[in-house]
Write a protein that binds this ligand. Sequence first.
Ligand SMILES: [Zn+2]
Length: 308
Amino acid sequence: MPELPEVQTVVSELNRKLKNKTIRSVVVNVPKMISIGPATVSNKRQVASDKVRIFKRLLLNQKILSVKRRAKLLIFDLQGPWSMLVHLKMTGQFIFEDQKQRAKTGGKYRLLNKKTALLEHLPSKHTHVVFYFTDGSVLYFNDVRKFGYLKLVHDDEIGQVKELKEFGPEPLEKHFTFEVFSAQVKKRARGKIKQVLMDNKVVAGIGNIYSDEILFLSGIRPERKVINIQERELREAYANTKKVLAKAIKAKGSSVGDFVRTDGSWGQMGKFHFVYGRSGQKCKKCGAIVQSVKLGGRTASFCPHCQK
Ligand SMILES: [Zn+2]
């Protein structure tokens, strides 16, 4: 699942590419992935065809002012009184093509998949929503698993969006001090540190990949309880949270699973991983074999020598 660095990569690229573009038309192939209003669950009272019609009408002729991020949520700020909230969930992708590229590729796009470098035609069978802009450029929303969503929320109701209300502090912001971090994790003092770091109510945007990497660099085993972690170790975890996330943003994220950048290319952070996805391989620091344990249904990878 894309985490903070992957979502930030998409947000930065879309913000640059979509700023001041006007939506000419929208195609919705899978109505269950769109919704209108602040509610978390898609509004079942709305008939699918009505919902699609309203969704398209609200977006028609709208200029995109900016694309921002909160935790793993993308927020498209539209010129009118609506915002579009998008969650990529497990396998969501945004692919952008400008008019020039479209003329060159004829819609044929090289999507670099983990296992196969396939040449995929866009829109593909996994393209569920398409935005056409007045300047001839196109934005595709692909999602193999279909867990992602696009939600239009009136600006007056944005404070009622449940996900937004529950997110913990943004780890890369200035006001995210050690004191804030420490107070947040200690709210779950009996929790296991990896699961606590992955809780978006504690810190926004950290998932399986970066919690593994943060704990490796901090020398802390993933299954240790917060209450048993010393202040010195917690300070390490705080510093490494900022360090790992900033480095991953610089590398444009990790292309594990289906994550790609908005031009279909891979993020480069994967090659810097110390333990995530490396179970059974040698630790890059000490040569011991990286191990893994199951924690709440997720796999935690760690080095038994470097982490205590
Ligand atoms: Zn090691």
